[in-house]
Design a protein around this ligand. Sequence first.
Ligand SMILES: O=c1[nH]c(=O)c2nc[nH]c2[nH]1
Ligand SMILES: [Zn+2]
Length: 435
Amino acid sequence: MTLYRALVVDVAANPFTTEPSAALRADDDAGLLVRDGRVVERGPYADLRRSHPDEDTVDLRDGVLLPGFVDTHVHYPQVRAIGGLGMPLLDWLRDCALPEEARLADNAYAAVVAEEFLDGLVAAGTTTALVFGSHFADAVDTLFTAAERRGLRITAGQVVSDRILRDELLTTPEVALSEGRKLIERWHGQDRLRYAVTPRFSLSASEPLLDVCAELLDAADGLFLTSHVNENGAEVEEVRALFPERRHYLDTYAHHGLVGPRTVLAHNVHPTDHELDVLADARAWVAHCPTSNAALGSGLFPLRRHLERGVGVALGSDVGAGTGFSLVKEGLQAYFVQQLLGAEGVPLSPVHLLHLTTRAGAEALGLSDRVGDLGVGKEFDAVWLRPAPSSTLAVNLAHAKDASDLLARVFALGTPADVAGVWSAGRRLITASGT
Ligand SMILES: O=c1[nH]c(=O)c2nc[nH]c2[nH]1
Ligand SMILES: [Zn+2]
């Protein structure tokens, strides 16, 4: 067993339904006793030390210990495609993302990209992610192999499309079914890995391919479905033209039985009220990706309408349209967007931001009994933020008046450079750069 000593800050209840100050749990000089990767006791360090005098202590008092971040939407083959600014979605896909994604046909290339991608997650303090895979089955296999080696909690799948994209990225319903089945058999439920059926978006998926997605979703218990929806005005119009019989964009998925409690759809910047009702009834989740939405000019996310209609929302970095792996940055950008919406926005407190970056993601991924906070019984997935001495963040942390104020300063100023340690199920993770 190991005893961790730190200022521990996490969220113990949903601040959208509980008073944020009551949802916040902040323990100064706390002890977390970890056995077999799980938190088995939490309390004042002095008490735990007294009752466990022989356990090793890891002293993390310099800085703050948070639950590992949960990224509910991030693209593995786009780690080298970050920073393509100045283009709307469909141009960005054509000129920036898809040429890079095509390179993963070479599995040696994919193996290097997989390590860069996982390094990016870990360096940003992300320990759990729902990952958009590659169009190439071998590259997806490579990602799972690398994630298993590191002990990260990854849900991912092969991206499938059979129209509109460049030829190398297209499959057929028959091939998608057979490759998907093999990947599910090999990886779903293996260690901390699970499979997500992943039509890229209905713009690039025919009705027969969406039928195959439904068939794959039935191939094992606990499979996830992830895709994109309602991201950009031109995209929504094109989907409408391609699916004249469907009521709206969401219906292109719902019609095939693809919208349920293990569905996570990215963006949803432009939903109709009926789509929000369908999502809420299905208990499906939306991955809000605020830096991506700003970078591509997709729009300002209507969080208030999602909350009022009962749709669950978590956060995604959406690398590479998003501007990096940091969920701290996504949290800050989510806050900015709601501020910019004025009376239509939801004023987000620092507790909301920590909730959106940790607990909400765990819930979206059906993992809230295991990760998302650092309570007793949860796995020790944690990120230790320790800013460089006399950095602006260090100065601000030293002058925070309470835990909520400290979180506000973390979200305003924190970057991956402040991540000094990351643990996944009690195991310390190391990146290529030595985090
Ligand atoms: O932000 C996005 N990134 C993508 O890679 C993508 N593909 C379809 N729709 C998308 N949106
Ligand atoms: Zn995306």
